[in-house]
Each structure stands twice: as structure tokens, then as C-alpha cells.
Design a protein. Structure first.
Lengths: 697, 118, 185
């Protein structure tokens, strides 16, 4: 591709447009599944393939062009009516789209397109077009498909137990992949290794950096013996195994493609790789596509506006320079500067707003991968799902969008795996066999809301109570007294999991505490509403822009803290007689509610000890996270300010109650308070102290 | 309890390992390069060898292979620095029982030794 | 004569994590030397971004003792680690610290972190072969923070394993957390 005389702009344009065509093809295929026979959709599909063929041929990606051409020929037959677009053919087309997508991504990364894979698939399509026979989707070589002949042989004929083992080496240990290799050697000694992921060749070649090994092993040796032998290898932190079901190719395919394992694939914040695998067993998966979004399309008008504003800045700069040279003094100078400062302030404000607008992109770009993911997943799980997406044009700041990706994938997978019931169960419960899963986005005031809802089983109160009690996070008593709504929120507790078995799809089933923590770190939040038997809705709330917020600055001890105004309800000045004792704690009356009073010393000990003045009014800020408000004592109120959020770098997420920092006008650092997290912690601490007091200890 | 052959061209290293092993009650003999290691093995038939990889005259990998060719049941544990992954892999393929990475912690060495000789 | 090549003393593993590397004998590296209570330590010059006097440090509540706080470094917020506390050494002489104390700003894989030290002395050129493993009797800092030692004349320079210095604590905490999450079956 680099032999041709193409400018970088042309190359970039090619990638963008090629990706667009692939997206169109995928979306159209999915739409066709709902409305087969829609002539216009078929035409659309054909045109996209045609355009893609042209583009790839022009830039010299001949293998890709050939495959696209083969697909185009088939589509031509369909649109002329000489071939039926069966479900099977659509699957094949989707497979083609996936393979092309991976190839495109590979080339975009500077690598080579997988020529063999492309050629093989092209041939399949040609054969189809010529012979008219439907061929089953062949497993692409080295793609993770086990040699199923061997497996069924072991299971059926020789009656050997076959287990799928997953061995995890401590990723921090040096040369973890060599440990994995040692584990593999042991397995080979103790039985027959039918399949490994990553493949043996990769392990033997020092090029890999995996620390997780999945092996399908047939052996007469009892699993305990095998496990004991594996433990002989140092640095192994986890060994687990489960039986491989002997039945047909569907389950076989599932067993061969275990939970998004991708040895060495980077784990998302949830601790597991976010891309799902398509059940067709093809090497390319739907989540792999996607040439990186390093560029953003910006409205030309916004750019014009930016130019204008910069122009005004230049004028101000000139004015400043001339003032510096001028003979003005004292009051006159101050007045001029004042005026200039005012003007600058307005201009920079406008500049900020305009740039924020320029960084906004519609959630569509994020949502577009979900229909495919939901479709593949529901097929794999045997569920019937009607997936509805709305509000795709809602715009968000780029950084926010990137942040939403993993949580949404997680929520959708949970909904499909745990929320939605299998069709029989639904019918038995009097529900339509097809479940509805909704993904919605909308603006409200200065926040974005993104919701994932399903009409499935709802959260199981019993399971939650048991899991929480078992972990000792709350007592049985406290749990009994909690209403269902509050029970639902418990799933966000750390270390919590209600999955009864290790699901091959969603891994452990939860990681909600991490999802919540990540969202709260940027001023967002997540809540859940559920009704047993009726369904569950997760609601994510995020500020429109992450970088700049309005905050109330306060002083506690000798550190300045910034309380995001979004979480500040009121500011009060209270005297001693306005405090009420309440169940061993202190509270204040705010309008007609009683709010617990919190001295930061409860959380931060000496570093947070605010001194209460007995005979003067004391500043108290009423803050609110997800639930009831708290009255926070502070030493001094400073004022409201718009601050720029700076990350805490490596300390991010490691400090309870602080989500970031900001640099104030005088150069000092202010700590930004993570109000929801602080409130939660405060409630726990106060409850504990309260508990202790009641017990008299 | 066991006779351990410590092979490393740095005397400092050998001294340190000797100290660790003797603390556990093992008996220690030393060799300063691969050639000496092969000779020491033939003469003494130790229960375990701790073999450094980078050494003059004959390196650890070659020594391992030589010893294994004459004494297939030999138990050898490689001592490697970071960045020698390919050598370690090759050693494992050639029959090394285990490996430790420098700089190592006393406990880890003792564990590995215990695993091999009981 | 073989060409002497400057090489980093730390190695970036494919998963992004950094580890100390003991370089091959022919390679030389440069170390920035600093002192902590009469002991000399060194870090790879390629990871040192800058060295500054100690500015105002904002303490963050409920962080481990050795995390002194954060500072404003030309518009960025950088955390600062007090190495003495990290290595469980007694506190420094405040007067001396005020004069010679410095913060060495380091570039770690994704983050920038500052280390508070008693004083920075010089840059030393070291040959890879001169690096030896540490003996617990020579230095007072925990050996897990040490990548190796180098003899320079009659003084011993201790090479730090920066990853361990900054990140080990987290791993210990995380290990604690993992206990809670026992597999549900």
C-alpha cells in the first residue's frame, strides 16, 4: 500500500471511509435480520460493498478487494432475485465483515492484512456464488477452534474425562509466560492436551507475554492430582477447571471460546477484557474492529467561531502590550487593566465553550457496536432479545464517551446473561418470549443520562441478602429491614458477587463496585432500580464535560478542598444551639429535614479535625451524594469558583473521598472532593460509631 | 539435608546462596563456570544444582544440556536476570526443573529448593 | 573497541510494567546520585525529568505516611513520595533539608512522580558489569526496593527499583482486597 503514491491525507480518508462502509454493512445486515426481503436495505448493502471494493482496490489492498468483490457478487445475485438472503448467508456476510474489519485495523496499525484468511474466505464466497450450495462457516486456522474431532473422540470413543482448565499465573511475577509454559508441560505429562489458548507455538516462542492459560485436557488422572502437580509450578495464583459438555457443535463452540479470555489482552477497569467473542468460531471477533478514533469531525462553523475568538485574543494581547509601554499610572492604569481583564474573561469563557462543543460527539459512535454485540451474545446464550437504542444523537464530550464504553458493555452483558430469562421461562411467566433490552441516552440540565434497562427477572432480593450476609458486609437483621429499593444498591459493594456459577459470558457476573468507582471519579454516578419479575434499569449520570466544574472552595485544617456545586445543596452558618442530638449523633435542621452533622475528623482523623467554635456561627456545607444529605463542618468558606480538574496521576482511585485536584489562582493545590463516595463512607462510619454507642462500648 | 551445587561466576552470589542454603541445613559445593559445574556434578552427584546463566568458559544453558545428557535425572534450577527470558525458556525445554529471577529473595530460593529436594 | 552505548537501566515489559534491568557488561548508563541520610542512591538519568527545590506540598488525608502529598509543577499536579519514610528511615534534619533538600521528578510508565531526597549530588557513569545484587547488610533500605549496587571508589551507590518504590504498596493492598472476593462457586 505504501508503494502507491498516496498522501497521508488520502490514506487517512481511505481508512475513515472504509470503516464507515463496514459499519454500514454491519448495521444493514442486522437490520435485514429484522426485516428480511427489504429491497432498499439490500441495495444499501450492495452499494457499501461496492464502494469498499473500489476503495481497497485503489489503495492496493488486493486481498481485501478480492474478498469484498466476492461478497459483492453474491449480493448482486440477491438483489437481482436469483439468490435468497438466508439467515445463514447473512451470518457468512457478517463473518466477512468481521474479517475485513480486522484486516483493516491491522493495516491501519502498520501491519499486514492476513492474506491467507482473506483469500480463503473469498474462495468460499466464490464457490457459493458459483455452486449455490451453502457451506458451513469454516473455523479459520489458528483462531481458537479446538480440534473437535479429537475432543469427541476422547469423550465418545475412549470415554476419557475432558476438562477445561484455566491456570492463572501471577502477572507481576517476572517471566510469567515461562511459568505458563511450565504448566503446559505438566499437563502434557499428565494427559492429553487437546487445545491450548494461547497456542503452544506462541508459548514456546518467547514472543508472548501471557499469564493466563486455558487448556482442554483429557486425562485419566483425577483432577486433584493434576491440580497438585500444577501447584508445583511457582507463582500460580489460580487454578480452576470445569467439565466440557459432550453434546453437539454449539456447546462445543462455546467451550472452545471461553469467556473473553484473550490471553494477554488488556483487562478493562472491570478486570476482564471487554470484547465479546462471536459464537461462530471465526478468528475475527466483532469487537476487534475499529480503527482508533484519534480524530474528530468538527463542524466548520465551530472552527470559524474559534477563529473569531482567537482574533479577539490577539486584539487583547496587543492592547496589553501597549499598556505595558504606556505612560499611564495608578488609577488610570488599573481601570484599563480592569476592562481588559473583563474582556479577556469573556473571550476565554467563549473559547472554552466552543472547544467543548467541538469535542462533543454523538453517542452514536459508542452505541453502534452494541446491536451486533447484543445479537451475538443473545444467540450464544439462547435468549431472544429485542434491542432498542434511542438518543443516539445525544452529544457528549469525547473523554466521557470513552469512559462509558466499558461500563455499558458490562451492563449489557449482565442484562443478557442474568437479567433476561430464556424464552420458555418468560412464556411460563406470562411474558412475551422475546425480551426487550433498552439503551437510552438523553440530556437533562447539565447532565447526561445513559440507561440500560431490561424487562427480565429483576434483581433477586434473596440472593443479594444471602451474598451480603455471607460476606459479613451487613447483619441479617439490618438486611431484613432494608426495603427492596435500597437492597438493589448493595450490588455496588466491593467484593460482591451473586453469580452462582462462573458464567462463560460475563465472567464473575459483577464488578459493579469498580464501575461505580470509575464513574464517581469523574463526577458521575450510577444507580439501579429493579422490580422482581419485571426487570432492572441501570442509570448512569455524567456531567456534560469532565474537565471544568463549578465548585465551592472550603478550608479544612490547612488544606483547601473543592466541593463540586452539583453536590452542594446549601451553605449554613450555625451556632451551638442549632445542633440536635440524634441517636447518639449530632444533627442539624435544614428546612424541614434533619441532616446528620459530620466533622471530617470522623473520616480523616487529625488531618480533618474541624474545630467547632462555641460562641460564633460555624460554616457548614450541606452536601448530597446519591442518597440523603450530610452536613459537613468546615473551618472556613472561601467561595465559589470554576476550577479545572487535574488528575491525581498514580494516586487516582487510591484516595477515599478525593477524586482529583485543581490548581487555584494563587498556585496552590486544592483537593476535589468525591462527594458520593465521601457520603457513603461517612454514613458507614457514623453508623458504626452509633452502633458502638448503643452497645455501650 | 541435601547436597546442592551452586554455580555462578560471581563469588558474592555464591557466598549469598551458600549462606541461605546452609541455614536450611543443606550442604553446599561451588563452581565458577559451566565447565567446573559439569565436572563437579560428575564427581559429587549433588541432589540439586542452582545454575546461573551468564558465565565465562561455558554458560549455564550449555552446562545444563551437558549434565542432562550424561545424567538425565539431574535436577537443575536456573538463576536468571531479567531480559533472559528466551534462555530460560530454552532451559525449561532442555529439562531445567524451575527457575528463579535475580535479584532474589531468600524465602523464594528456599521454597524452590525445598520443592525440589523435599 | 566495542562502542559504549548508553542504555536505560530499566526495562519496560510488554504489559507496560517497568522492572529494573541489570545491563550487560559492555553497556554504560548514567545515574543521578542523591543522598538519604549518608547513603548514596542512584536512579537512571533517562527517567529523571527534572530536579526542583521543595515547594509547598499539599497533604492528602488518609494516604500512607510516605506519600507526602501533591505539588503544583507548572500546571500539573504531581504526587510526592518521601523516600526516607518509604524506607523507614528516621526523619531528616529539617534545617538541612530546607537548604539542600530536593524533589527528583521521575517519569514512570504512565505517571510522573516526585521523590523527596536530602540532596542531589552528581551524575555518575556506570558500566553494566559493575552492578551487583544487594546484600541486606550493606543498605538500610528494604532489599525489595533495590535493583543492585555499584561500587564507586570507596562508596556504595544503591540502584533503586522504582516500580517497587512507588507501586509495591498498592499491590499489597490489592492482595488484601482479593481475599474478600472468594469465588462464589
Amino acid at each position: 500500500m505504501h508503494d502507491l503514491n498516496l498522501s497521508p491525507e488520502e490514506i487517512k480518508l481511505f481508512f475513515e471511509e472504509a470503516q464507515e462502509q463496514l459499519d454500514i454493512m454491519e448495521q444493514t445486515l442486522l437490520a435485514l435480520e429484522e426485516q428480511p426481503g427489504d429491497g432498499e436495505l439490500v441495495n444499501q448493502l450492495f452499494r457499501a460493498a461496492h464502494t469498499l471494493k473500489g476503495g481497497t482496490a485503489t489503495v492496493g489492498l488486493t486481498d481485501m478487494a478480492h474478498l469484498t468483490h466476492a461478497m459483492e457478487s453474491l449480493l448482486d445475485q440477491v438483489r437481482q432475485g436469483s439468490r435468497e438472503l438466508t439467515g445463514h448467508l447473512m451470518d457468512r456476510m457478517l463473518q466477512g465483515v468481521d474479517v475485513l474489519g480486522s484486516a483493516l485495523a491491522a493495516v491501519a496499525d502498520g501491519g499486514e492484512a492476513p492474506g491467507e484468511q482473506l483469500a480463503a474466505l473469498a474462495e468460499d464466497f466464490h464457490a457459493l456464488a458459483a455452486g449455490g450450495q451453502d457451506a458451513p462457516p469454516a473455523a479459520t486456522p489458528g483462531a481458537g477452534g479446538a480440534d473437535w474431532a479429537k475432543v469427541s473422540d476422547a469423550l465418545g470413543d475412549r470415554d476419557l474425562p475432558v476438562l477445561r482448565w484455566q491456570v492463572t499465573v501471577d502477572p507481576d511475577t517476572p517471566m510469567a509466560s515461562v511459568r505458563a509454559y511450565q504448566a503446559l508441560l505438566i499437563m502434557e505429562d499428565l494427559g492429553e492436551v487437546l487445545h491450548t489458548d494461547p497456542p503452544t507455538a506462541l508459548l514456546e516462542d518467547e514472543g508472548t507475554d501471557t499469564h493466563r492459560l486455558t487448556i482442554i485436557h483429557a486425562s485419566e488422572n483425577p483432577p486433584e492430582a493434576v491440580e497438585a502437580a500444577l501447584r508445583g509450578v511457582g507463582e500460580i495464583i489460580d487454578i480452576r477447571h470445569e467439565p466440557v459438555a459432550p453434546a453437539g457443535p454449539e456447546t462445543a463452540a462455546e467451550a472452545a471460546d471461553p469467556s473473553p479470555n484473550g490471553a494477554g489482552a488488556p483487562a478493562g477497569p472491570l478486570g476482564e477484557p471487554p470484547t465479546p467473542q462471536a459464537a461462530s468460531g471465526s478468528g475475527a471477533t466483532s469487537g476487534d474492529r475499529g480503527v482508533g478514533t484519534r480524530s474528530v469531525r468538527v463542524n466548520v462553523e465551530l472552527l470559524d467561531e474559534l477563529m473569531n475568538l482567537v482574533g479577539e485574543l490577539v486584539v487583547d494581547r496587543t492592547r496589553l502590550a501597549s499598556l505595558a509601554r504606556s505612560e499611564l499610572n495608578g488609577k488610570q492604569l488599573r481601570d484599563e487593566l480592569d476592562q481588559l481583564a473583563g474582556h479577556l474573561s469573556r473571550i476565554t469563557g467563549d473559547l472554552q465553550d466552543t472547544i467543548v462543543k467541538a469535542r462533543m460527539i454523538p453517542v452514536k459512535t459508542l452505541f453502534r457496536k452494541f446491536p451486533r454485540m447484543v445479537r451475538d451474545l443473545s444467540r450464544q446464550l439462547g435468549k431472544r432479545v429485542n434491542f432498542q437504542v434511542s438518543g443516539e444523537d445525544t452529544e457528549l464530550d469525547r473523554s466521557v464517551i470513552e469512559l462509558l464504553s466499558d461500563p455499558l458493555i458490562h451492563l449489557l452483558r449482565n442484562a443478557l446473561d442474568h437479567g433476561v430469562e430464556p424464552p420458555e421461562e418468560r412464556t411460563a411467566a406470562g411474558k412475551p418470549p422475546e425480551a426487550t433490552v433498552r439503551l437510552t441516552a438523553y440530556h437533562r440540565q447539565s447532565h447526561i443520562f445513559v440507561e440500560v434497562s431490561d424487562d427480565g427477572r429483576g434483581l433477586d432480593a434473596g440472593k443479594i441478602r444471602r451474598a451480603v450476609a455471607r460476606r459479613g458486609l451487613m447483619t441479617e437483621d439490618q438486611l431484613e429491614r432494608l426495603p427492596y429499593e435500597q437492597l438493589a444498591d448493595l450490588i455496588f459493594l466491593p467484593g460482591f458477587s451473586t453469580a452462582d456459577s462462573v458464567s462463560t459470558v460475563s465472567g464473575r457476573g459483577v464488578g459493579m463496585d469498580v464501575v461505580r468507582k470509575n464513574l464517581e471519579q469523574v463526577g458521575g454516578s450510577i444507580t439501579v432500580r429493579s422490580r422482581p419479575g419485571e426487570g432492572t434499569t441501570f442509570s448512569i449520570q455524567l456531567p456534560l464535560t469532565l474537565a471544568i466544574i463549578q465548585a465551592l472552595l472550603v478550608r479544612i485544617k490547612d488544606v483547601t478542598y473543592a466541593l463540586p456545586l452539583a453536590h452542594v445543596s446549601e451553605v449554613l452558618l450555625l451556632t451551638n444551639d442549632e445542633i440536635y442530638p440524634l441517636y447518639g449523633r449530632q444533627a442539624v435542621r435544614v428546612r424541614d429535614t434533619t441532616v446528620p452533622l459530620l466533622n471530617p475528623a470522623h473520616l480523616w482523623c487529625e488531618e480533618g479535625a474541624v474545630v467547632w467554635a462555641e460562641d460564633e456561627p460555624n460554616p457548614v456545607v450541606v452536601i448530597q451524594g446519591d442518597m440523603e444529605p450530610l452536613a459537613l463542618m468546615v473551618d472556613r468558606l472561601i467561595g465559589e469558583e470554576e476550577i479545572v480538574i487535574k488528575s491525581l496521576g498514580p494516586l487516582t482511585g487510591r484516595v477515599g473521598g478525593i477524586s482529583g485536584a485543581s490548581i487555584l489562582g494563587d498556585g496552590r493545590v486544592a483537593l476535589i472532593v468525591d462527594v458520593p463516595s465521601l457520603c457513603r463512607e461517612a454514613r458507614q462510619v457514623l453508623a458504626r460509631d452509633n452502633f458502638r454507642q448503643l452497645k455501650g462500648g | 539435608m541435601a547436597l546442592v551445587l551452586v554455580v555462578d561466576d560471581a563469588q558474592f552470589m555464591r557466598m549469598r546462596l551458600r549462606k541461605l542454603l546452609e541455614e536450611e541445613g543443606h550442604q553446599v559445593i561451588e563452581a565458577g563456570d559451566g565447565e567446573q559445574a559439569v565436572e563437579a556434578y560428575s564427581t559429587n552427584k549433588p541432589d540439586l544444582v542452582l545454575m546461573d546463566i551468564t558465565m565465562p568458559n561455558m554458560d549455564g544453558l550449555t552446562a545444563l544440556k551437558t549434565i542432562k545428557s550424561q545424567f538425565p535425572e539431574a535436577k537443575v534450577v536456573m538463576c536468571s536476570s531479567l531480559g533472559q527470558k528466551s534462555a530460560v525458556l530454552e532451559a525449561i525445554k532442555a529439562g531445567a526443573r524451575d527457575f528463579i529471577v535475580k535479584p532474589f529473595e531468600a524465602e523464594r530460593v528456599q521454597n524452590v529448593v525445598r520443592k525440589q529436594v523435599g | 573497541m566495542t562502542e559504549l552505548k548508553d542504555q536505560s537501566l530499566t526495562v519496560q515489559m510488554p504489559d507496560g510494567h517497568t522492572q529494573a534491568a541489570v545491563p550487560e557488561p559492555e553497556i554504560t548508563s548514567q545515574l543521578v546520585l542523591f543522598t538519604l541520610s549518608d547513603e548514596t542512591y542512584g536512579v537512571d538519568i533517562q527517567r529523571v525529568r527534572e530536579i526542583i527545590r521543595i515547594p509547598e506540598i499539599t497533604r492528602i488525608p488518609k494516604t500512607p505516611d510516605f506519600i507526602e502529598g501533591v505539588i503544583n509543577l507548572r500546571g500539573s499536579v504531581i504526587p510526592v513520595v518521601d523516600l526516607r519514610k518509604r524506607f523507614n528511615m528516621p526523619a531528616a534534619d529539617q534545617a538541612r533539608l530546607a537548604e539542600t533538600g530536593r524533589i527528583v521528578v521521575m517519569d514512570m510508565r504512565d505517571w510522573t512522580i516526585g521523590m523527596m531526597v536530602d540532596g542531589v549530588s552528581e551524575v555518575l557513569r556506570v558500566q553494566g558489569g559493575a552492578v551487583e545484587p544487594p546484600s541486606p547488610y550493606i543498605v538500610s533500605a528494604d532489599t525489595r526496593f533495590i535493583a543492585g549496587v555499584v561500587k564507586d571508589g570507596d562508596r556504595l551507590v544503591v540502584l533503586l527499583d522504582l516500580d517497587a518504590v512507588f507501586f509495591d504498596e498498592e499491590k499489597e493492598q490489592m492482595a488484601g482486597l482479593n481475599q474478600v472476593e472468594a469465588p462464589a462457586g
